[in-house]
Each structure stands twice: as structure tokens, then as C-alpha cells.
Design a protein around this ligand. Sequence first.
Ligand SMILES: Nc1nc2c(ncn2[C@@H]2O[C@H](COP(=O)(O)OP(=O)(O)OP(=O)(O)O)[C@@H](O)[C@H]2O)c(=O)[nH]1
Ligand SMILES: [Mg+2]
Length: 182
Amino acid sequence: MTLLRRDGKLGLGTAVVAAIRHAVEHGYDLLVNMDADWSHDPRSIPALIEAANRFDVVLGSRYTRGGRIEGWPLFRRLMSRTVNAYARLMLGLRTKDNSGSFRCYRVDVLRKIDLRRIRSRGYSFFEEILFRLKNVGAVSTEIPITFTDRRFGRSKIDKKEAVLAIWMIFRIGVSSIFDRRT
Ligand SMILES: Nc1nc2c(ncn2[C@@H]2O[C@H](COP(=O)(O)OP(=O)(O)OP(=O)(O)O)[C@@H](O)[C@H]2O)c(=O)[nH]1
Ligand SMILES: [Mg+2]
């Protein structure tokens, strides 16, 4: 087992990019991403991996048929739905749960992305990478997961981070209109 240790908290997006670089450099087949606060149930991992035989990107989805959220108040649900609708519109994504982070990627398709172009250091990374994967022709699917709200610990997202994510998605969407290579 390998633990990538970094110099302090540099942002969730940059942490995932570091993991992707590691997987590419070491010739991994698959990369599974999940939260470490038990919101994502490890029992869903085999289903994600199984679907990765047929798809480049498999999203564990709260918003596909059979997907669920446990423990979120109405406001939080609405926020998440709104961000997802916004990201679909701005980035032209067809999948429904683009902000979730329980996923399996085929590493061969991650290889096609120029990681230096990724602008998100924070949570908008999850939408941005789907946008970049779509642009290199990756085929995605969603499989249902149950997301359970954290019972312990503190959230790493604050208001500033949330506003920054909305702004980043806007910037990426708008610049793609002017530059097809974005
Ligand atoms: N390596 C690393 N991990 C991070 C960083 N920020 C967040 N994480 C992890 O990413 C996962 C998601 O972060 P959370 O704060 O749980 O975000 P969330 O699930 O959207 O929000 P909550 O509903 O409050 O849990 C957790 O496992 C965090 O520990 C970071 O800067 N670096
Ligand atoms: Mg969490």
C-alpha cells in the first residue's frame, strides 16, 4: 500500500491530481476515488469496478434511478441539485451526478488528459475532470449509490470554497466557447 503524503492541505482537486499522476506513472488499470468520511460505502466499489469493464468513467450516482441520499435536509439537497444542473448546462455534461466523488476511472483515459490544464484546486475539480474527459471522447455511465451524511468530523467545504467552485465552472464553460482546446 502507498500513502501519498503532502505538505499540508493544498486542496482536494490537487490531491486527486497527485493520485492520478501516481496511477498513470505506475501503470495502474483503474482508479477509484472516494471520500474518507464514510459518506461513500466501500461495498459499492465492486459494482463500480465491474462497470469499468465497459465504460471509461463510472460515476457512483445519487441522482440516477436507485441512487439515494441519507441524512441531508431539503436545503442541502436543493443546493446539490442546483449545482449539478448548473454544471450540466455550463460544461455540456450529460451525466446527472457530476459533483459526487465516488467514481472509477480507467487510467488509460486519464492518460489522454493534459493535467497541467486543470484549473480547479478545490471541489470544482470533480466537474472539471468530467468536462475534460468528455472532450477526449471518454464514455461515462452512472450506477446508483447511497450517500450517507457524515456523522463525525467537520466538513472541509466552507462558503468561500463553494463560491469558488461555482466561479470556476463558469470560467471553464465560458472559455470553452472561445477556445475549443480548453
Ligand atoms: N487529501 C485531501 N483530501 C481532502 C481535502 N479536502 C477534502 N478532502 C477529503 O475529501 C473528502 C470530501 O471532503 P468533505 O469535507 O467530506 O466534503 P463533502 O463530503 O462534500 O462535505 P460533507 O457533507 O460536509 O462531508 C473527505 O474524505 C475529505 O477528507 C484536501 O485538501 N486534501
Ligand atoms: Mg463528506
